[in-house]
Write a protein that binds this ligand. Structure first.
Ligand SMILES: *[C@@H]1O[C@H](CO)[C@@H](O)[C@H](O)[C@H]1NC(C)=O
Ligand SMILES: *[C@@H]1O[C@H](CO)[C@@H](O)[C@H](O)[C@H]1NC(C)=O
Ligand SMILES: *[C@@H]1O[C@H](CO)[C@@H](O)[C@H](O)[C@H]1NC(C)=O
Ligand SMILES: *[C@@H]1O[C@H](CO)[C@@H](O)[C@H](O)[C@H]1NC(C)=O
Ligand SMILES: *[C@@H]1O[C@H](CO)[C@@H](O)[C@H](O)[C@H]1NC(C)=O
Ligand SMILES: *[C@@H]1O[C@H](CO)[C@@H](O)[C@H](O)[C@H]1NC(C)=O
Ligand SMILES: *[C@@H]1O[C@H](CO)[C@@H](O)[C@H](O)[C@H]1NC(C)=O
Ligand SMILES: *[C@@H]1O[C@H](CO)[C@@H](O)[C@H](O)[C@H]1NC(C)=O
Length: 623
């Protein structure tokens, strides 16, 4: 009825009103009805006068701004049953979080209308009665958390139809009966503990550890765990299955041949590694020599008074160029602007020496730029300690960070014994790096550009916050084209010449780092089909087609209650990587936005703690 009225209104207003606008209008009305019929302890700032998509707490719209796709209202103090025919009218809804409220009543039958529902978080409420009989109406459900409620009755067999399901948490309810055989190949997280289940664990679920069945009938624990579930991104799962199915005999023969070649190559590689290992203890001078400059020549230059290591104020290193040349050196990596070495001096001091190639400016200009860079003292910017300039050799000396770069932490070999970067650390990396870049953008009359923002230039400072390095070089180097593949993933579309990097292009590159932190994927990576994928394009396509958990790093889905933060961070990243440079936020604004993600969560957590401890709260007027 209401939709019809809105359409009629549109008809009258004529060209000003589009069908899309009408859909948003009806979503807005559904939310207003929900808020007015559903008692809550904390106020919602849902003001009819302000735009739903931009201003309403906990509400997110689709990219085109035509539909509400997510409602996240944890710990607002809702109590009583969810009013009928309110939320269920948000037919495009993908994310619903009403966790940690005091909601009672049964699972709302009209939620069956929310066919696109992908994430459902209703944990920590007081729901009762049976679970929905037919789960097959929500084909896209990916994460379902109904834990810590009073649901009773049996576990529906129809859960089997949720082929996208990654996480299912029904712990701490009053579910009874036997466990059905659930064939859920993508399921990675399961918790059925603290219910009244009886019987035995079906084969399909025996890959999960016994801890997920604790607190039920003892008989459930009587099985041997089959090999634990392989952690695969759901995307890969489908793809791999398809590829295997298509293998022909010829392909198999190819694999056998390729396999033998690999073995031979492997031996070669081992040999090479041994040779390289011996090389690494070779002195730094030796490295320079390879760059067409003999150590003697370099040293003799160092004795030339005008060519010596220039240290910055406040630097308490006590070594000179000769010490540096005698130091043992190890290649850390070849970057966009040159090669970085780890140099260990005789007194065991470790520094990073960056050897620039293709510097395109004279001595004076070089020194001026070094002074600008060296004057930045900020806990999120890696300090330049010293530099060296001669006609043939330009060096920069930085502190050494033993933990390695964020790139290696994220993309280093997975599985095995690698500890995943937890969400807290990832947020702190983002906050630190954003503050560091924002600080750089204030320098030189607000004109300094970092010019090479990428995860291999971000390290962790002593407080485990991000800290940026390798700044301010793009303008003094000759232009670099074509860029090496990896760097290309960070480059803003408008930057065709690395010398022309700008502050908005730094923001773009930073957005790519945020996406790396969220997805765990490299900025440019190849798929099984050898297809080269640009992270930004990939995220765009996933977000456009289906807002699912697929976009997030599987390692992150293990942390409880962070979905709101993940989605907010994704939105910040998307704002940074928009195509038009002038539409990107300023770096200082980005830093603020990221800080707010955390702040909001801290506030939320403390107020939830209050509501969960049922501290009486004053009933607020308004909505
Ligand atoms: C919504 O808009 C009002 C008025 O512009 C502002 O005071 C308020 O902070 C905004 N709220 C949010 C969550 O953006
Ligand atoms: C559900 O999601 C798909 C893909 O994002 C979209 O095409 C479709 O319109 C959505 N359904 C509704 C009712 O909005
Ligand atoms: C589920 O997601 C797919 C894309 O993966 C989309 O096409 C579809 O419309 C969504 N909704 C339903 C009900 O399948
Ligand atoms: C939950 O609901 C039951 C009745 O269904 C009631 O007895 C109980 O006190 C409620 N618990 C809380 C924490 O509100
Ligand atoms: C579930 O709980 C309700 C009361 O909340 C009760 O009436 C019903 O019989 C219970 N169902 C089962 C299967 O235990
Ligand atoms: C189960 O939920 C009740 C409240 O519903 C809570 O008091 C209890 O601590 C929970 N148990 C576990 C193991 O989480
Ligand atoms: C399952 O849930 C229970 C109760 O909420 C909790 O105590 C337990 O740690 C969870 N187990 C796993 C494996 O997540
Ligand atoms: C579900 O909620 C519980 C309780 O808050 C939490 O411990 C768990 O991590 C959540 N699981 C998922 C997959 O979100």
């Amino acid at each position: 009825m209401e939709k019809l009225q809105v359409f009629a209104l549109c008809f009258l207003v004529g060209s000003f009103c589009s069908v899309a606008g009408a859909l948003l209008q009806s979503d807005k009305q559904a939310l207003l009805d929900f808020a007015s019929k559903f008692a809550h302890l904390r106020p919602l700032n849902w003001n009819e006068q302000y735009p739903v998509c931009k201003n309403w707490t906990g509400v997110t719209c689709s990219e085109d701004g035509n539909r509400v796709i997510s409602v996240r209202l944890p710990g607002v103090g809702f109590h009583g049953p969810i009013p009928e025919n309110t939320l269920s009218r948000l037919s495009a809804l993908k994310i619903l979080s009403l966790r940690s409220n005091g909601i009672t009543g049964t699972f709302p039958p009209d939620f069956g209308n929310l066919k696109n529902l992908t994430f459902l978080y209703l944990q920590h409420n007081n729901f009762s009665g049976p679970l929905p009989v037919d789960f097959s109406v929500w084909r896209n459900l990916t994460i379902v958390n109904l834990s810590n409620n009073g649901f009773n009755g049996s576990i529906p067999r129809s859960l089997s139809s949720l082929s996208q399901l990654i996480a299912l948490n029904l712990a701490n309810n009053s579910l009874s009966g036997e466990l059905p055989d659930l064939n859920l190949p993508n399921l990675q997280l399961l918790n059925l503990s603290h219910n009244n289940l009886v019987g035995s664990v079906p084969k399909s679920l025996q890959r999960f550890p016994k801890s997920v069945f604790l607190g039920n009938s003892e008989s459930l624990l009587d099985y041997t765990v089959t090999s634990s579930p392989i952690v695969l991104a759901p995307h890969d799962h489908n793809r791999r299955a398809k590829t295997v199915g298509k293998l022909s005999e010829r392909a198999l023969l190819g694999i056998v041949i390729a396999g033998s070649v690999l073995v031979i190559l492997g031996f070669g590689f081992l040999l090479l590694v041994c040779l390289l290992k011996r090389k690494t203890v070779e002195g730094f001078a030796g490295k320079l020599e390879k760059g067409d400059m003999s150590p003697e020549k370099a040293i003799s230059r160092s004795q030339d008074a005008s060519n010596k290591l220039v240290f910055f104020e406040g630097c308490n290193y006590a070594f000179d160029l000769e010490d540096l040349l005698r130091a043992s050196a190890e290649v850390l990596g070849k970057g966009t602007f040159g090669t970085a070495y780890k140099a260990i001096l005789e007194d065991a001091t470790m520094v990073v020496v960056k050897r620039l190639k293709d510097v395109n400016v004279g001595k004076r200009e070089f020194e001026q730029q070094m002074d600008v860079i060296g004057s930045i003292k900020h806990e999120n910017v890696i300090e330049l300690r010293a530099y060296y300039y001669s006609k043939d050799e330009k060096l920069m000396v930085y502190d050494y960070y033993s933990q390695g770069s964020v790139a290696s932490m994220l993309h280093g070999k997975r599985g095995d014994n690698r500890t995943p970067l937890d969400w807290e650390t990832r947020v702190n990396i983002a906050i630190g790096a954003a503050r560091g870049i924002a600080r750089i953008h204030m320098e030189n009359g607000g004109k300094l550009v970092h010019g090479n923002v990428k995860s291999s230039n971000i390290f962790l400072n002593s407080r485990q916050f991000g800290c940026v390095s390798d700044l301010g070089l793009s303008t003094i180097m000759s232009s670099l084209a074509p860029p090496i593949a990896r760097a290309a993933g960070y480059r803003a579309p408008e930057v065709t010449d690395t010398r022309k990097a700008t502050q908005p292009s730094d923001v773009y590159s930073f957005g790519v780092i945020l996406l790396e932190l969220l997805t765990g994927k490299s900025p440019v990576h190849t798929t099984n089909g050898d297809e080269i994928v640009h992270l930004v394009r990939w995220v765009h396509s996933v977000v456009r087609e289906e807002w699912t958990a697929e976009v997030f790093d599987v390692e992150l889905l293990r942390y409880p209650n962070i979905e709101e933060e993940l989605v907010e961070m994704l939105q910040i990243a998307m704002a940074c990587v928009v195509r038009m440079p002038d539409q990107r936020p300023k770096m200082s604004e980005v830093a603020k936005m990221i800080e707010n993600v955390r702040l909001a969560e801290t506030n939320r957590a403390s107020s939830e703690a209050k509501s969960e401890n049922s501290t009486p709260m004053p009933r607020s007027p308004g909505l």
